[in-house]
Design a protein around this ligand. Structure first.
Ligand SMILES: NC(=O)c1ccc[n+]([C@@H]2O[C@H](COP(=O)([O-])OP(=O)(O)OC[C@H]3O[C@@H](n4cnc5c(N)ncnc54)[C@H](O)[C@@H]3O)[C@@H](O)[C@H]2O)c1
Length: 433
């Protein structure tokens, strides 16, 4: 098959490589010339994706994969076009911003040939494939969906860093606008993916047809929104437990020893591109989803609550030197999208603290670029708030934070044995601990 992949980012590039490694002729199209040049040179444009470099070098060298910035070069006569251009959400209103995706859709529509399957993999609000992309593609291309071309939605469920393994592990969900479109999508994904055996699933691992584009859109929003709601519940238990002398971490471990309980971990913040964002995409089409809204609000309130714990233990924070440990949204990942560091720093500044930020993955210049005052271990400080669960912080001792009187560990990452003599507060543990 001749396959085009639109956007060669952290998801699109491994997908293009996967399709080429399965023996298909793949062209990736991206507006970033630097990425395109690197891909054509067989060099990965970003680090951290297992097996990407070797498979990219191999597939480019034997002519199965190439990249271009020119849609006219990539799209015509494709058997399938896979779109993974990101969608953004307005930080304040939660409204989706379709700009990048619309521009990509316009460009691909201008060059679409009859007979092509178009599959969107970017997480979308329910109804977007049918109500936004179908009319747009039809109008610009002059072709009719269901006869001249087929349109489906197939969410990407992988995690960056382990895309190739996850592509084998999880069923590939598809949903079309017609039976024929779904059939084409099943045939396409069966030809470009391999699947691990999963005896734990109710049906064989492989391509699963959900019956409609809407069901497929909802499946991705549901699996991610579930996690935000679950964390919201864990955070409520943690707040209650902390106030009542109960260790919520021991409680959760005990509850989850029964197979129907899967309570997630409470913490200072839910960050990253996905989990805090997708519930808002869901709420956009279901504003009456009170459970989802309440959980999102509960999670969004956690950074300020955590700083409140510090204030309660330390006293007035006016003029106090406080370091936030971890700019990344989670440990081991150099990514600050929707990271808890931003609201935590804001909440500290609102209380008059002098705030600095430490992160082993970021240089001082990078931290400054994010608007923070960088902190170097060994500099005197009055208090610390652990925001990201970097592995390094498990070994952290008060000696590295000279003068520290209170540590609020927002991720239960530090080692209590190393913190003897310093007031150490963990979310969900008794505040007197
Ligand atoms: N990153 C993840 O962990 C993850 C996991 C599962 C699903 N997804 C889904 O994949 C989508 C893409 O995420 P990503 O991490 O690959 O994004 P990314 O930021 O790594 O890459 C986006 C790419 O899109 C390109 N681009 C922008 N506008 C374009 C256009 N008009 N035409 C062609 N290319 C264009 C950019 O140049 C960039 O290379 C997300 O929105 C999400 O729905 C992401």
């Amino acid at each position: 098959m001749r396959v085009s992949v639109v956007a060669l980012g952290k998801i699109g590039l491994p997908l293009a490589v996967q399709f080429a490694a399965k023996g298909h002729q793949v062209v990736g199209v991206d507006i970033n010339q630097k990425f395109v040049d690197l891909v054509n040179a067989g060099q990965e444009p970003f680090p951290g994706e297992a097996h990407l470099q070797e498979l990219l070098a191999e597939t480019v060298a034997d002519g199965r994969l190439r990249a271009t910035t020119d849609y006219a070069d990539a799209i015509p006569n494709s058997d399938a076009v896979v779109v993974v251009v990101p969608l953004f959400v307005d930080e304040k209103t939660g409204e989706p911003e379709f700009g990048w995706m619309e521009s990509a859709t316009r460009s691909l529509s201008e060059h679409l040939s009859p007979g092509t399957l178009v599959s969107y993999e970017t997480t979308l609000p329910v109804g977007t494939t049918r109500n936004r992309w179908k009319p747009m593609i039809e109008e610009i291309s002059g072709l009719t969906e269901g006869t001249d071309f087929h349109l489906v939605f197939s969410p990407e469920r992988v995690l960056t860093g382990r895309v190739f393994a996850d592509l084998r592990k999880y069923p590939k969900l598809v949903g079309g606008l017609s039976e024929e479109g779904a059939k084409r999508a099943i045939a396409f994904y069966e030809a470009v993916l391999d699947f691990d055996e999963r005896p734990d699933l109710p049906r064989a691992n492989g391509v699963w047809d959900l019956g409609s584009a809407e069901a497929s859109e909802l499946a991705k929003l549901a699996e991610t929104t579930y996690r935000d709601v679950n964390i919201g519940l864990a955070n409520q238990f943690a707040r209650f437990a902390g106030q009542n002398g109960i260790d919520v971490h021991a409680v959760i471990e005990a509850s989850n020893s029964q197979p129907y309980s899967h309570i997630h971990r409470p913490g200072i913040a839910v960050g990253g591109h996905c989990i805090p964002v997708y519930p808002r995409l869901y709420l956009w089409t279901d504003p009456e989803a009170t459970v989802v809204r309440a959980a999102r609000e509960a999670n969004a309130a956690m950074p300020d609550y955590t700083i409140g714990l510090l204030e309660g233990a330390f006293g007035d924070l006016k003029g106090a030197k406080v370091v936030v440990l971890g700019a990344a949204y989670r440990g081991g990942v150099k990514e600050t999208a929707f990271s808890g560091v931003f609201p935590a720093v804001e909440a500290l500044k609102a209380r008059g603290a002098e705030v600095s930020v430490h992160d082993p993955l970021y240089t001082d210049e990078e931290l400054q670029g994010l608007g923070f005052t960088p902190y170097t271990l060994g500099t005197p400080v009055d208090a610390a708030v652990l925001q990201a669960d970097h592995a390094e912080y498990a070994q952290l001792t008060p000696a590295e934070l000279p003068g520290v009187k209170v540590l609020v560990d927002g991720r239960d990452r530090t080692d209590p044995a190393r913190w003897a003599g310093v007031r150490r507060i963990v979310i969900g543990r008794s505040v007197s601990q």
